[in-house]
Design a protein around this ligand. Structure first.
Ligand code: AMP
Ligand code: ZN
Length: 457
């Protein structure tokens, strides 16, 4: 088996990936907070995670991929102050929190589809597992790791002597600098809420009874709860963007330790930011673009994906429309060239080996794309090129296997398309994804458009 190297944030080293259970891999990726559209910065993180999953599958691992949907508890500060983002979103749009969460969850899945990102094996909503979250707080309470203050139940981070490890936090410096701490009742500035009480002066739409009082779970708790529920008390990979290292994942790791007494996640893998105008793209900064805006400007979402893949996932990437336009031109050229190639013939195994070596080296997609270009320019038969590119595309997910000539659709293909439409209408994205792959195997690429419409490429 070929070796995969991954950069592990926990050790700050590129390590050889060794799964815990044979060829099975447990993968947990932090999902979106569904109070607004994901911006294209968020989507960069999901593209990197998709590449990771595809690389694992390319290396014949069986991946169990879990993604949560944060529909409660993520506060505007990312810490324990401010409003709940979902409640705020509902207020903004005059809808219920449940409507907001459903609408933006669907929009998110549409965007993943447009970027040809594989759906996780399971989506899990934080609000579907409140009881389990309460159970885990009780467990932490029994171990003496929690305390109660006016606005909630908190985790005492000073009890975990490895608290600072993941983010290499300077706790001493942080405590000395904690004069700005908003919540003076907290014992340590790094303590975080496990359960927040509902405010006395206003009514929340989402709140639950608990042994400590009515309220809602802290944001970090859902990911500890859901990852361990579905992947076990020890699992392989946990991903997210780098902003999650110092707070969300540090706190998750502390909870995991509190619950199990040991290290739960073997590899922590984080993607760098998409930058715009020198700042990270963020809704809170007001400098964000959503995928639909790119589509409205006639960019192909896959050209945006191509743009992302040109950079390494651990490098910052500057977004500009000029750079995206260049990627669009490059992508169109690529598709035009490939579509003129003959039907797939034999795969070039040495090309495949080089490609695999690149992507196995901490997901070096820019090198992989260079290898793709070299192959295209080589003097190999175009049938060999096409066959090899089909293999490359299993990792790149750029929908590269397209044909120029008009296709006459057979009855079987028509049936598959119909079935897929039905699955899409029922929002069964897993099935529609499977059917899309089936169609792709037969050389039919389907592009999803808004309002359940589609287009054959
Ligand atoms: P959120 O919906 O805010 O929880 O974020 C979803 C994912 O996007 C998380 O993994 C974040 O770390 C990631 N993220 C947030 N901003 C950016 C950005 N500008 N570039 C890349 N990833 C980001
Ligand atoms: Zn998370």
């Amino acid at each position: 088996m070929n070796k995969i190297y991954l950069y592990n944030t926990l050790t700050r080293k590129k390590e050889i990936f060794k799964p815990i259970r044979g060829n099975k891999v447990g993968l947990y990726t932090c999902g979106p907070t569904v109070y607004n559209y994901a911006h294209i910065g968020n989507l960069r993180t999901y593209v990197f995670e998709d590449v990771l999953r595809r690389v694992l599958e390319f290396n014949k691992y069986r991946v169990k991929h879990i993604m949560n949907i944060t529909d409660v508890g993520h506060l505007t500060s990312d810490g324990d102050t401010g409003e709940d983002k979902i409640e705020k979103g509902a207020e903004r749009e005059g809808k219920t929190v449940w409507q907001i969460a459903e609408y933006y969850t669907d929009a998110f899945k549409e965007h993943l589809n447009a970027l040809n990102i594989l759906m996780p094996d399971k989506w899990v909503k934080a609000t579907d597992y409140i009881k389990l979250q309460i159970k885990l707080i009780k467990k932490l309470e029994k171990k003496g790791l929690t305390y109660k203050i006016a606005d909630g139940i908190y985790f005492d981070s000073s009890k975990y002597n490895e608290y600072a490890k993941l983010a290499k936090l300077n706790i001493k410096g942080q405590r000395e600098g904690a004069r700005v701490e908003v919540n003076k009742e907290k014992k340590n500035s790094t303590d975080f809420a496990l359960w927040k009480f509902s405010p006395k002066d206003s009514k929340r739409q989402m709140e639950w009874a608990s042994p400590w009082g009515k309220g809602f779970p802290g944001w970090h708790l859902e990911c500890s709860t859901l990852s361990m529920k579905f992947l076990g008390k020890e699992f392989d990979i946990h991903c997210g963007g780098i902003d999650h290292i110092p707070v969300h994942h540090t706190n998750e790791r502390a909870q995991n330790w509190g619950i199990t007494g040991s290290e739960v996640v073997k590899y922590w893998v984080h993607g760098e930011f998409l930058i715009m105008d020198k700042n990270k793209m963020a809704k809170s900064e007001g400098n964000f673009i959503i995928l639909q805006t790119l589509i409205d400007k006639k960019f192909n979402p896959l050209a945006y994906k191509y743009f992302i893949l040109q950079a390494h996932y651990r490098s910052k990437l500057n977004f500009s429309y000029e750079a995206l336009q260049a990627a669009q031109t490059g992508y169109d050229n690529l598709i035009r060239t490939i579509s003129s190639f003959d039907k797939p013939g034999k795969v070039c195994s040495s090309c495949l080996e080089r490609f695999q070596k690149a992507i196995n080296n901490d997901l070096d997609t820019s090198k992989a794309l260079a290898i793709l270009q070299e192959l295209i320019k080589s003097d190999k038969a175009s049938s060999v090129k096409r066959a090899t590119i089909i293999e490359f595309d299993k990792v790149l997910g750029l929908n590269l296997n397209q044909y120029k000539e008009e296709k006459k659709l057979s009855d079987d293909i028509k049936k598959l398309i119909e079935e897929r439409q039905k699955a899409r209408e029922k929002k069964d994205f897993k099935k529609s994804d499977e059917l899309r792959n089936k169609l792709k195997e037969q050389g039919i690429s389907i592009k999803d458009l808004p309002d359940n419409k589609y287009e054959l490429d």
